[in-house]
Structure formats: structure tokens, C-alpha cells
Design a protein around this ligand. Structure first.
Ligand SMILES: Cc1ncc(COP(=O)(O)O)c(C=O)c1O
Length: 365
């Protein structure tokens, strides 16, 4: 059982569309791109969406266009991909690493500890298809006059209080990397915002600072190509089916492990609170004897994943990464976290088999 199965992302019905698309000669800033931006605007219920080359570059461009004082501090959780840190640093600022709680998301109770005069923004990372505690983060940002930025590379389709990820902060970013819930066949990402002025600035910036062909601001090249937009438009039509399937598979795993005291679920307590809709970009659980379990599953040809090779951002030895306080929540979480296969390439029988193998392991160990 593969953890990701890139080959299965291709569907035969793409062949005709791909050929037709290539024949149009529209490669950059073509109709499919604008169609996708409109489709995403409707889906996310936001005022503007600008497609970009990747989520990393979307984050960099978004932050640059907030015009913060150079070297401002931006709070970001420890459980994220290095991409989030790179986006902040490329925009000329300092990432301040915050601890996480048992959900694997930024610990809102600790956020105030990281704020000082240089702090200008909090980036909440909606990891594993789970949204952060948005109301509390919004309150803190309002009180302390900080921007809230949603890093939703793994959060497409997730909801909080019936509102989709993407519409809570000053802007949000999404990744269309092939394995994401909404994935393309290459790199890609977007920025969503409810601030029209910021949206216009970002759109210009991402296209070399040009507006109707004339240069009017600084800029760079971060554009999604028409071909990827076509794939994304097609995949977006199936997004509700895809998300429903992930939720169903997650429920199946959860039921199979209900009696297993060696396993706990970062999302468990959220199920009781109606405000979250988790969409399981990853099915990340906390397991005892994690490394031995992973080896055991490997021998049975079941691939699993420890995100970031088990190294949270606070443990990466790079000068640009600034630490503050302790990381107890992170240390605890990273001893046990493990992602099991989930997605369009996984079926109920496979989940049963994987669950059985895991339950067998704990009977023997
Ligand atoms: C949490 C997180 N942030 C950022 C990224 C980067 O996205 P992209 O590859 O589109 O730059 C990823 C992609 O894997 C991610 O999982």
C-alpha cells in the first residue's frame, strides 16, 4: 500500500482535455486561469483569488505586499513544512516559532508569550486539513494589532463555523502540489483575500509588477500556467466527493482503533465541538512505539509517513529560525505522530487491512 500514488492522480478523461488545451496556444494567463480564479472565489467565498507558482511563493508575495517594517517578527507554529519559514524569510522577516498543542496546531493559549513590539503577524497553519482555533487567534490579533495570515497549504476545503478556510485572515495561501486535496500535475498555489486593494497589489506583483502591460510596482514572476489551471478546474468539480471520501475513510480508521489504547487522535475532541469540519488532507495519529510500528508496517508493505522526517521546525538548525520559550507540546507530539494512507487512491478494504495490521502489532508488542 503506497502512501502517495502519483500515477493514480491521472484519470483517462484528462487525455482529451489536455490535448484540446495544448492546441489553444494559451499557455500563460489564459482562460483556464481566470476561470479557476473565479471558481475558487465562489468555492472559498472570498472577494479575490490570485493564482501563483506555489504556496511558498504565494506566502512570500502576500507578506511582501503587507509592507511591514523590515525584519518584523512573524509567529508561526513548529509543526509545519520549512516552506512556511522560507516564505517569511524571503519576504525579509523573522519567523518566531510557537509551540503546538495536542491537535498538532498552534497552541493558542501560548501565543501571547511570543508577542512583542516587533511582532506584526501570526501565521496559523491549518495542517492536516484541520483549521486552527480561528476566533481566539482573531481576538489576539485584533487586541495586539497584528495581521492574521492563514497558511492553508494543507487546509483546502476545511471549515470553521461553517466558513471555509481562506476567509479568516488578511490573506490565505493554498498549495496545489499534486498530493494536495486540490492538486495539479505540477507546482501551483494561490492567495485568497477579502481585501480588494491588497488583491490588486498582489496580482500586479506576481506578474512582474505589470498592470495592463505597464510596470507600476515592484514584482516577480509567480504565475500558475494555463495547463495546470485546466487540471485544477476539472479536479475542483470533484472536490466534494473527494472530501467526503477522506472523511469516510478517517471515520473507518477511527472506528477500527476505538478499542486500541495505544492510539490517540489529534482531532478527537474537535468531533464533539461542532465548529470544525476536518477534511483529512493527512490522517495523522499519535501512536505508542511509533518507530517500531512503522518498521513493522513497512515489512508488511504498508507505507506510512512521519511528516518532515520527524523534525519540527524548532529543531532545524538554521540561523533564520528563532526560538522562544519551551516546546513541550511539540516534543510530545513528535514522539508519536504518524500519518496513515488516505485519499482517492485508498479504499475501505485497504483501511481495514492497515488497521488490522496495526492492531496485530499492539497485540504482539
Ligand atoms: C504545510 C505546508 N506548507 C507549505 C507547503 C508548500 O507548498 P508549495 O509546494 O505549493 O510551495 C506545503 C507543501 O507540501 C505544506 O504541506
Amino acid at each position: 500500500m503506497k502512501f502517495y500514488n502519483y500515477k493514480k492522480l491521472y484519470r483517462n478523461k484528462f487525455s482529451k482535455n489536455i490535448l484540446e488545451n495544448l492546441k489553444t496556444g494559451e499557455f500563460i494567463l489564459g482562460k483556464e486561469v481566470f476561470k479557476l480564479e473565479n471558481n475558487l472565489k465562489k468555492y472559498l467565498n472570498v472577494k479575490d483569488v490570485i493564482t501563483c507558482g506555489s504556496a511558498t511563493s504565494a506566502l512570500e508575495i502576500g507578506i511582501l505586499n503587507l509592507n511591514l517594517p523590515p525584519n518584523s517578527e512573524i509567529i508561526v507554529p513548529s509543526h509545519t513544512f520549512i516552506a512556511t519559514i522560507n516564505g517569511i524569510v524571503s519576504a525579509g522577516h523573522s519567523p518566531i516559532i510557537a509551540d503546538i498543542d495536542e491537535t498538532g496546531l498552534i497552541d493558542v493559549k501560548k501565543v501571547k508569550n511570543y508577542i512583542n513590539k516587533k511582532t506584526k503577524a501570526i501565521i496559523c497553519v491549518n495542517l492536516n486539513g484541520m483549521m486552527c482555533e480561528m476566533n481566539k487567534l482573531k481576538d489576539i490579533c485584533k487586541k495586539k494589532n497584528l495581521y492574521l495570515i492563514e497558511e492553508s497549504a494543507q487546509g483546502f476545503g476545511a471549515e470553521y463555523n461553517n466558513k471555509k478556510s481562506g476567509s479568516f485572515g488578511i490573506f490565505s495561501v493554498f498549495s496545489f502540489y499534486p498530493t494536495k486535496i486540490l492538486g495539479s500535475f505540477g507546482d501551483g498555489g494561490c492567495i485568497a483575500t477579502n481585501n480588494n486593494t491588497l488583491g490588486k497589489k498582489i496580482r500586479t506583483y506576481a506578474n512582474h509588477g505589470r498592470f495592463k502591460g505597464s510596470v507600476i510596482s515592484d514584482g516577480t514572476n509567480s504565475r500558475l500556467d494555463n495547463f495546470q489551471a485546466m487540471i485544477l478546474n476539472s479536479n475542483l468539480k470533484l472536490i466534494n466527493i473527494s472530501i467526503k471520501k477522506r472523511i469516510k475513510l478517517a471515520k473507518e480508521y477511527y472506528l477500527n482503533f476505538k478499542e486500541n489504547k495505544n492510539i490517540s487522535f489529534p482531532f478527537k475532541n474537535r468531533k464533539k465541538i461542532n465548529k470544525y469540519k476536518d477534511v483529512f488532507q493527512n490522517f495523522e495519529i499519535l501512536v505508542k512505539k511509533r518507530n517500531a510500528l512503522k518498521r513493522f508496517l513497512n515489512k508488511r508493505k504498508i507505507e506510512t509517513l512521519i511528516q518532515w522526517k520527524g523534525v519540527p521546525v524548532n529543531k532545524i538548525k538554521l540561523k533564520k529560525i528563532k526560538l522562544k520559550n519551551k516546546y513541550d507540546g511539540t516534543n510530545k507530539y513528535f514522539k508519536e505522530c504518524l500519518c496513515l494512507p488516505i485519499g482517492d487512491h485508498v479504499n475501505k478494504q485497504q483501511v481495514k487491512k492497515i488497521s488490522q495490521a496495526i492492531n496485530d502489532f499492539y497485540k504482539k508488542n
